[in-house]
Design a protein around this ligand. Structure first.
Ligand code: MCN
Ligand code: CUM
Length: 786
């Protein structure tokens, strides 16, 4: 008999293979934008507005032009003559590339200088004199919607107020009826504060326009190079084959590198004008004050409840602060992203969501920072509402969830907002988590501690989230449908190169995609090199965000490998001199059904594809696949946190954190655990310190790492992780996305734990981050703190 390959040994599905990319990263051998130097390259620096709202009376660039080494100074006026002063955003709004009429947020791009070296360019920026006429500043939705508010977007025809959109989803009438019949209505209002993804590497680009060939090559920090190419093709009216976007190694994205930033556009124009490569590298402050941020959403939430604990209906109204331009990178149809995925894991019959988006004098963005298109806010709101509702009913937190969670036998399940969830073992995940944290024991300890004046708390967060847009019927960006792609080329020695339309920024695709090929073909993962991010070589895809890579591009990898296998079968039949029907497959090898010892390995088939193909069979062994998923994938997670709050200071310490994730079949369990630990760290960061605020004049407080706080390894607690596996019914490998789950579901667990600890004080809500002074104020004054 034959000896089947050991899939784990070849680094296939389920192997905790070490990340191959780390080989170069930990040696400092990554190739990031700033590592790239092109012959004759110039350097660009951006002059940003120091004020949040002002009319530009005049810009004097004469001194800057006179500094030796300066090659070009660009202002909005000069961009306007080329029709490039404004660009479209991914949410069908417009955004200034360089300000012409007004500046609308602190840090907005006002001018740029291109010079022989970056220091000269920086000095020259400082020599530019801008005459600003200050205007009243708006820093929150309340001010934005006040009747006498100054109009921020006076550049837009027909814009009479500061509202960017109104949107709604769900069934208003049936929801109202359910509320009328409720025994109890639970209400809570809160704010999910603005935060910043703060990747280690800031944004940057090198544009290289070659006048001789007419080809534009742009190296840039992009999570979605093909979308950028499409946008550049539309704006610059260049055909795609004359545009090459290369996204080299990315030092963390977290959604920060999805939007198209003015800096990219200016470097392109500067290269066209100077006929030299032009590099722009954003500095930390530039990144912190101007780049795509996350969140900044207010909620008024209501749950209609029956006395026995059943949820009858949910009503949500969100008000989101989008800054000066509505630049959310999200599917076109959904104005407030997938906020309506809230309550998808609960069996809620009726739901209605209304959303208002406003303009303020703050940087644009909204869907950065591991958010799955605002699912982060949706799940935070959901789990805070669930905790408040259980308290209002006097019910145990775990029991209230158990009563309302969708049961295993109810799948497929249509949510009240219209999504179709298809699989999961929600109750089981909850059980595993409660067991791991020692739920019953902790509740006893909590009681005893309270009697001694100590405040212990336990917070639960249970959630399913929609990951993996498309399908193409419902999801598009700028009209381009959301599917993804893979192309696999097996060389004659049996080694292979795989390319996809996704773009890893730290998630480990180079490691995990090779494992999918190993699983499908039995080619050892070490023999498969993975390449992403170059639009001239990669097949067209929509990039990496919203944890869509495994659900969509990963599925395409499977499908491409299966096509290769189908062709290899023909080659095997030829080599074994039998008909194709008589050939069987086992990992890495075809064999003759009636004589299993007679076989041909995948490597032998590969050689035959180039050296010994049968008559009439096309040479070569490669395939590509475009994958349009039938549904989103719906991973589930249960996070449980215990804390102790010091009533004298408001300081809280984390005692334990348990995470149970069900992301279906895990391609690489170690990579998955890494994603979850990173996500829980970010959740902890959001809950305890991380937020961006603005003063009344619109100054960004948080423009450096002394003011914008991130927990280090020292402050971050340990995490105990468990898994449940419910395969995705429609993904070729049964995998679901996971990249954002813990960032999405984690914050509510931390906040619920602190709120549970201080429940005896009658406080209903403290907004994140739960800084000690906020917690202290809440317990000493016995009121909510926002
Ligand atoms: N994986 C797996 N088995 C599964 C699911 C995923 O082995 N069942 C692996 C995948 O093969 C991949 C990783 O886990 O290597 C994440 O996969 P997936 O859930 O498909 O998410 P994406 O690859 O699409 O990553 C995007 C997601 C997003 S949107 C943000 S934001 C984020 C995140 O990933 N940014 C990150 N994680 C990050 N991690 C790092 N280090 N850096 C970032 O910028
Ligand atoms: Cu919304 S951050 Mo990720 O989806 O790139």
């Amino acid at each position: 008999m034959t000896q089947a390959l050991d899939e784990i040994k070849i680094g296939g599905l389920g192997a905790s293979r070490r990340r191959v990319e780390d080989n170069r990263f930990i040696r400092g051998k990554g190739n990031y934008i700033d590592d790239i130097t092109l012959p004759g390259m110039l350097h660009m620096e951006i002059l940003r507005s120091p004020v949040a709202h002002a009319r530009i009376r005049a810009i004097d660039t004469s001194k800057a032009w006179n500094i030796p080494g300066v090659r070009l100074v660009l202002t909005g006026e000069m961009m306007a003559t080329r029709n490039l002063a404004w660009m479209p955003t991914l949410s069908y709004d417009t955004q200034a590339v360089l300000a012409t009429d007004k500046v609308r947020f602190q840090g907005q791009e006002v001018a740029c200088v291109v010079a022989d070296d970056p220091y000269v360019a920086k000095d020259a920026c400082e020599a530019i004199v801008v005459d600003y006429e200050p205007l009243p500043v708006i820093v929150n939705p309340e001010q934005a919607m006040a009747p006498d508010a100054p109009l921020i977007r006076d550049d837009k025809e027909n814009q009479v107020d500061n509202v960017a959109f109104h949107w709604q989803v769900g069934d208003k009438a049936s929801t109202e009826r359910a509320f009328a019949e409720a025994d109890v209505v639970s209400r809570i209002s809160m704010h999910y504060p603005r935060s910043h993804p703060s990747p280690i590497e800031c944004c940057g680009s090198i544009a290289d326009f070659d006048r001789a060939t007419g080809k534009l090559t742009v190296y840039m920090t992009s999570q979605a190079p093909h979308i950028v190419r499409a946008a550049v093709a539309m704006v610059a009216e260049l055909p795609e084959h004359m545009i090459r976007i290369i996204s080299p190694d990315i030092g963390g994205g977290f959604g920060n590198k999805v939007p198209i930033y003015p800096g990219y556009v200016m470097s392109i124009l500067a290269s066209i004008l100077t006929e030299r490569p032009v590099k722009w590298i954003e500095d930390k402050t530039g990144n912190l004050i101007s780049t795509g941020f996350g969140r900044d959403v207010y909620l008024d939430g209501e749950l209609a409840l029956r006395r026995d604990g059943r949820i009858l209906a949910v009503r949500m109204h969100t008000t989101s602060d989008h800054g000066a331009f509505f630049g959310d990178a999200q599917p076109s149809k959904f104005k407030i992203g997938l906020m309506h995925s809230a309550f998808a894991c609960y069996d809620v019959p009726h739901a209605h969501l209304t959303a208002t988006g406003v303009y303020t004098n703050k940087a644009p963005g909204g869907v950065a920072y591991r958010c799955s298109f605002r699912v982060t806010e949706a799940m935070y709101f959901q789990e805070r509402m669930i905790q408040a509702a259980a308290d209002d009913l006097g019910m145990d937190q775990a029991e209230f969830r158990r009563v309302n969670l969708v049961r295993d036998e109810d799948f497929p399940h249509r949510t009240a907002f219209g999504f179709l969830t298809d699989s999961g073992q929600y109750g089981r995940c909850l059980d595993v988590a409660l067991e791991a944290i020692g739920y019953a024991d902790f509740r006893k300890q909590q009681e005893e501690a309270r009697e001694q004046g100590r405040l212990l708390g336990l917070g639960i967060s249970t959630m399913t989230e929609p990951l993996g847009a498309g399908n193409s019927r419902e999801y598009d960006i700028l009209g381009i449908k959301m599917f993804d792609s893979a192309e696999l080329r097996v060389h004659l020695t049996g080694r292979a190169i795989l390319r996809t339309g996704a773009r890893t920024q730290g998630q480990g695709h180079e490691t995990t995609w090779a494992q999918i090929v190993a699983h499908e073909l039995g080619i050892p993962a070490d023999d498969v090199v993975v390449e992403e991010g170059d639009t001239d070589t990669a097949p067209f895809g929509m990039g990496t965000y919203a944890s869509r890579s495994t659900p969509v591009a990963g599925a395409a990898v499977s499908m491409a490998a299966r096509k290769v296998r189908a062709k290899a079968r023909k080659l095997a039949a030829h080599l074994l001199e039998v008909s194709e029907e008589d050939v069987e497959w086992e990992l890495g090898r075809f064999y003759v059904r009636s004589a299993p010892d007679r076989g041909a390995t995948i490597q032998e088939c590969a050689m035959a594809a180039y050296a010994n193909m049968p008559d009439g069979l096309e040479p070569g062994l490669e395939a590509s696949a475009y994958y349009d998923p039938p549904n989103l994938t719906w991973p589930f997670a249960c996070y449980v946190v215990t804390v102790e709050v010091d009533p004298e200071t408001g300081v809280w310490d984390v005692l334990n954190v348990v995470g149970v994730d069900d992301c279906g079949v895990r391609i690489n369990p170690m990579v998955v655990e890494g994603q979850i630990m990173g996500g829980l760290t970010e959740a902890y960061a959001m809950a305890c310190v991380q937020f961006i605020t603005f003063d009344a004049a619109g100054n960004c407080i948080g423009s450096n790492y002394l003011d914008y706080l991130l927990p280090t390894a020292w402050e971050t607690p340990g995490f105990e992780l468990h898994e449940v596996v419910t395969p995705c019914p429609h993904h070729p490998l049964g995998a679901k996305g996971v990249g954002e789950c813990a960032t999405v579901g984690g914050p509510a667990a931390f906040v619920n734990a602190v709120m549970d600890a201080i429940k005896p004080y009658g406080v209903r809500n403290v907004d994140m981050p739960l800084l000690p002074d906020r917690v202290y104020e809440a317990i000493s004054q016995r009121h909510d703190v926002s």
